[in-house]
Ligand binder design. Sequence first.
Ligand SMILES: Cc1cc2nc3c(=O)[nH]c(=O)nc-3n(C[C@H](O)[C@H](O)[C@H](O)COP(=O)(O)O)c2cc1C
Length: 214
Amino acid sequence: MNITEIAASRFTTKAYDATRALSEEQVAAILSLLQTSPSTLNLQGWHFHVISTAAGREKIAPAIFELNSNKVAEAPLAIVFSSINAVSEQHLDALLAQEQQDGRFRDEASREKNDAGRRGYVGRYATSPEAQRHWMDRQLYIALGFLLLGAPALGLQATPIEGFDTHKMDKILGLEEQGLHSVVMATVGYNSDKDFNAQLPKSRFPLDKIITRL
Ligand SMILES: Cc1cc2nc3c(=O)[nH]c(=O)nc-3n(C[C@H](O)[C@H](O)[C@H](O)COP(=O)(O)O)c2cc1C
């Protein structure tokens, strides 16, 4: 299948086959989709909690809304997407060091220019702590999109999940202490025959309603 066929045929999985595990290679492929996802200024202001054990699933269960509890209980993989509470100096320094290590700068001047440019943008966009938080949170949805399209490309099914209590999740995972807060989740695995959404036709507004060409 090409990418438009994958996009048209993917669907939100409503029930998983708990007997079908994922291999380490499959999990690694999913995690690499998250790692390679782009983010504004390459900030990567995110952290992903990867739940693939029964103990992990039980631990996060109290934060999951009823309509999603079966998915989190049965999917072999659940991921909690969290965002940094603020873009700290430490984060900017660590990012610059990583980019240097990865060979992004041809010389010291280009490194300094990049760093100063990024700090300037952070100051311009993050006009308040709330604005900065929302800005970082938006980046997580790009990673979620990578996963939602990438999972079916790898022969897997996935569910995007906002239906959970972020405050409870933050407490369960001790996110506040890590300078993080949870935003969204996803589950990945193989769907079961109880997955009613697999049989339903896709429903979307027509192109002429959502697209204006100039
Ligand atoms: C950000 C986001 C959060 C969602 N949260 C949930 C959720 O908590 N539970 C659920 O069953 N579906 C959830 N969905 C799935 C949507 O209902 C679904 O994507 C939409 O109805 C379109 O259907 P499709 O994904 O099958 O094409 C979510 C989708 C997105 C993009």
